[in-house]
Write a protein that binds this ligand. Structure first.
Ligand code: GTP
Length: 344
């Protein structure tokens, strides 16, 4: 069993957070996102992983290396121009000789992949697609299946009157290697619009596995923020956030208030009177006196001035928030700078 993670997209919807950091390695609770996916694969005994890259490939490869530290083998297939999801699978062909778990590099879930693989084998499927249930399916690819699990129909981003089910493509597949022969080399080709409809047409055994547990696609700022808060609030069954003790200078600890959900990196400088509620504070941040952070994510090395208030926001790396600023529901890119008393 092998795995392919599709990690080459530009992540345009997650801008500005993806300008300097490709989406697959933006941190969720201070940990590059792909590490969570590698954990799921490892848990299912899948140790041979290929990453299909295109956008800022070196930033991902430099971070993950050859996988030794994770106890895995990680290989890379880099596209010179982005080839789409199925094109990226084809471009990784030299590494993929076995049944392959394919993962979109922006899916956050606690799915048990071993169960999906067992389902795929039991059905003797050529392809298995994982589905999840959402309240508003129109932003996604809706997939209909019958009571045996056989896939019947795909509709990418349907209009409200076309919606017949709320099960959507969860961006996780198990594919047999002979399917690679159905994908043209060096051309833009997608699973959603090209390969999967072709499998239905050819009557290949194509099955759907419905996952009822946690599932999120972190590709928009709101969903990215929510995914962080979901970890803090332990909505992902398999994940307990690590809260390391902070070294607050003597005399300061009484006036600093950090609630039990928040995760604050111990390298941060936290001044007296600071309040942190339901938030993530990345490494090397500086929070000046009486700064207040609520329902927010501060990425590494952000600085927040005295008495500034941040709520419902994501603050990019090395951003500077002036004193007494009030930042609400904002997404600030890396190195943003807000003058004192700014109101967003
Ligand atoms: P948006 O630009 O915001 O739509 O994000 P995206 O570029 O990531 O596209 P999308 O969310 O549709 O992609 C789903 C997954 O497939 C993500 O994990 C992408 O990294 C990956 N992906 C999309 N297109 C390509 C591609 O051309 N090559 C590779 N290797 N991966 C891709």
């Amino acid at each position: 069993m092998q795995a392919l993670i599709l990690a080459g997209g530009e992540g345009t919807r997650l801008r500005p957070l993806t300008i300097y950091t490709p989406k697959p390695v933006v941190p969720i609770v201070n940990r590059p996102f792909l590490f969570y996916q590698l954990d799921l694969l490892k848990h299912a005994q899948v140790h041979d992983v290929t990453l299909a890259l295109s956008y800022q490939p070196n930033k991902i490869a430099d971070l993950l290396g050859n996988g030794l530290e994770q106890g895995m083998t990680i290989r890379y297939a880099v596209e010179t121009t982005s080839l789409g999801t199925a094109g990226a699978y084809k471009n990784s062909q030299e590494h993929l000789t076995q049944t392959t778990v394919v993962f979109n590099g922006d899916i956050f879930t606690d799915i048990n992949l071993a169960d999906v693989i067992a389902f795929h084998r039991e059905k003797q499927a050529a392809a298995t697609i994982v589905l999840t249930t959402v309240v508003q399916p129109e932003a996604y690819g809706v997939v209909e299946s019958d009571e045996t699990g056989r896939v019947l129909r795909f509709r990418e981003k349907p209009s409200p009157d076309e919606i017949t089910t709320n099960t959507i493509n969860a961006g996780i597949y198990v594919l047999e290697p002979h399917l690679l022969d159905r994908i043209p080399a060096g051309e833009k080709f997608t699973f959603e619009y090209h390969l999967f409809p072709a499998l239905l047409e050819a009557n290949e055994p194509f099955y759907a596995y419905v996952w009822p547990g946690y599932w999120s696609e972190i590709g928009t700022p709101q969903r990215y923020l929510q995914a962080n808060l979901d970890v803090l609030n332990e909505r992902i069954q398999t994940l307990k956030p690590e809260r390391k003790p902070l070294n607050l200078p003597t005399g300061e600890s009484e006036s600093v208030r950090i609630d039990q959900r928040s995760v604050v990196d111990p390298s941060c400088l936290i001044k007296p009177g600071v309040e942190i509620i339901n938030s993530v504070v990345g490494p090397n941040c500086v929070l000046e006196e009486r700064a207040r952070i609520e329902h927010s994510v501060l990425l590494a090395s952000a600085r927040v001035g005295k008495s500034a208030e941040i709520t419902g926001s994501v603050i990019g790396k090395s951003a500077i928030i002036g004193r007494n600023a009030k930042v609400a529901d904002a997404i600030l890119g890396d190195k943003s700078s807000l003058t004192d008393y700014t109101i967003t």
